[in-house]
Ligand binder design. Structure first.
Ligand code: 5AD
Ligand code: SF4
Length: 480
């Protein structure tokens, strides 16, 4: 293995589990000789964007380590600098180009640069013109080719590309995922998106929809449970359109069945999933949550807008009424489900009346949190051709009104928990405030105090009584 370094060899060893005691001495010696003979290849990776990107980066890091690279924490220390990029909105894309121009000076030191992810796929070889010191451009659908691409870079190739796999049937699966949190981890179940919402660049950057087999997802979930993970988050641009591509005869699972099966893996205490599309969201998901206590009582169901006219222009494929029907299912669940959403303001042609309908939808649903965005025109998307752009100032005005209305709703919703005892997973400690940080199954932050004699372990599950509420969090005390 000419290109492999110490981490990858250790990994290979661990993964095969075939290390008899007597060979390990010789092995250690050979590592020692190897280390002194070959300078280690190093990389620095920075991630922009959503959870899908964060998890892709975990898989990319694992792949690089297997190929003999060592991860470092600064650009200065690295031989190869990678950016895993996001282009969902204009601001995210600008950040990437700003970062690249900041680091131009390092090229003289022989560092190599690679752009991965959505900006890479969207801009393609144009990146080489704009930032000539970049030597690799690779979209997410091509990550499985990374090992060969790294060899090309090492051979001195100045323009390595991975841009032609958006029609692939394959998912990026690897045994070498490098997860940083030892308690909570992501599993991708579906990649790409076939929905083509009028404003959205994702179908163009992440390619067509393809699902992993439920067998492979469940094998990863069991492996994580064996390693001590207790919380799993299933990921996809639209998890509800999951289609099990294979499986034992009669063993294909729907998304709800897969969700339930992951929730039943011994050792797993919490399962979340994101993100959902209202058109594909079935009632069977609520039935699964009712039946399997480990499935968290939180659903993120992006609505984008409350007006049928705008929903139709956005090509969202559902009406306000159909969306509210799904909300009604959630409200009938056995446990109280916390509901969150994404909303875009200022889509071309959105009138004051349309916007008022979005505000009334907030009141009607009573969301626990809403992620709000100003419409940002994106390359290739159908909405790019629409007239009636809304001026930025007006978008900002609507955004502020929306956020202020939602804040009032959240204040009321968080108040309801005061006096309740909730289970939290301990995430860490805020030393300055002398408070522990916890997360509830509803996905709410519940900070808490504990007597000096008890030291909560990060990753443990504890009962906390909520005593105070804020618009975005709760405060409480440990129940002993
Ligand atoms: N402009 C603004 N917001 C967008 N989103 C996706 N594309 C755009 C865009 N062009 C938002 C949607 C989506 C979330 C992840 O990002 O609300 O649900
Ligand atoms: Fe984008 Fe719509 Fe696909 Fe979500 S469902 S990724 S908003 S195209």
């Amino acid at each position: 293995m000419p290109n492999q370094g110490i981490n990858a060899r250790l990994h290979a060893f661990n993964s095969t589990d075939d290390c008899p005691a007597q060979t390990s001495i010789a092995y250690t010696e050979s590592i020692y000789i190897y280390m002194s003979a070959v300078p280690q290849k190093t990389f620095y990776l920075e991630t922009f964007g959503c959870q899908m990107n964060v998890h892709d980066s975990e898989k990319v890091i694992g792949t690089l380590v297997r190929e003999g690279y060592r991860q470092v924490q600064t650009v200065e220390e690295a031989g190869l600098v990678l950016y895993n990029t996001c282009s969902i909105r204009d601001k995210a894309e600008q950040k990437v180009f700003n970062r690249l121009s900041d680091y131009k000076k390092y090229q003289k030191q022989g560092k190599k640069f690679a752009v991965l992810g959505c900006v890479a796929q969207q801009e393609g070889e144009k990146i080489f013109e704009r930032a000539p010191y970049v030597s690799m451009v690779c979209g997410s659908a091509s990550y499985k080719n990374l090992p060969q691409m790294l060899v090309q870079i090492e051979a001195g190739d100045q323009r390595v590309t991975g841009l032609d796999d958006r029609e692939t049937e394959d998912c990026f699966e690897t045994d070498f995922t490098s997860r940083t949190n030892p308690h909570r981890g992501y599993i991708t179940i579906i990649e790409g998106c076939d929905k083509f919402c009028a404003y959205c660049v994702v179908p163009f950057t992440r390619g067509k929809e393809r699902s992993r087999t439920s067998d492979s997802v469940l094998a990863e979930a069991r492996q994580m449970a064996d390693l001590g993970y207790t919380e799993i988050q299933l990921l996809g641009q639209n998890v509800n359109s999951y289609k099990d591509p294979a499986g034992k005869p009669g063993g294909k699972k729907t998304f709800a069945e897969l969700l339930a099966a992951v929730g039943e893996v011994p050792g797993i205490k919490r399962v979340r999933f994101t993100t959902s599309h209202p058109r594909d969201f079935g009632r069977d998901i609520i039935d699964a949550i009712d039946a399997v206590p480990t499935l968290c009582d939180h659903i993120h169901l992006p609505v984008q807008c409350g007006s049928d006219r705008v929903l139709s222009a956005m090509q969202r494929l559902y009406t306000r009424e159909q969306y509210l029907e799904r909300i009604a299912w959630m409200k009938c669940a056995k446990r109280q489900i916390s509901i969150t959403s994404d909303i875009i303001v200022g889509f071309p042609g959105e009138t004051d009346e349309d916007f008022t309908e979005t505000l009334s939808l907030l009141d009607e649903v009573g969301y626990d949190a809403v992620f709000t965005f100003k419409y940002s025109p994106r390359p290739n998307t159908p909405s790019l051709g629409l007239d009636d752009a809304i001026p930025d100032q007006e978008k900002s005005r609507r955004l502020e009104i929306l956020m202020s209305r939602q804040k009032d709703i959240q204040i009321a919703r968080y108040k309801r928990y005061i006096g309740e005892i909730l289970e939290v997973m301990v995430e860490g400690k805020n030393e300055a405030r002398k408070q522990w940080i916890g997360r509830t199954s509803h996905n709410k932050t519940l900070n808490f105090t504990a007597p000096d004699r008890s030291i909560p372990q990060v990753g443990s599950y504890l009962k906390v009584r909520a005593t105070q509420s804020f618009p975005n969090s709760l405060l409480g005390e440990l129940v002993i």
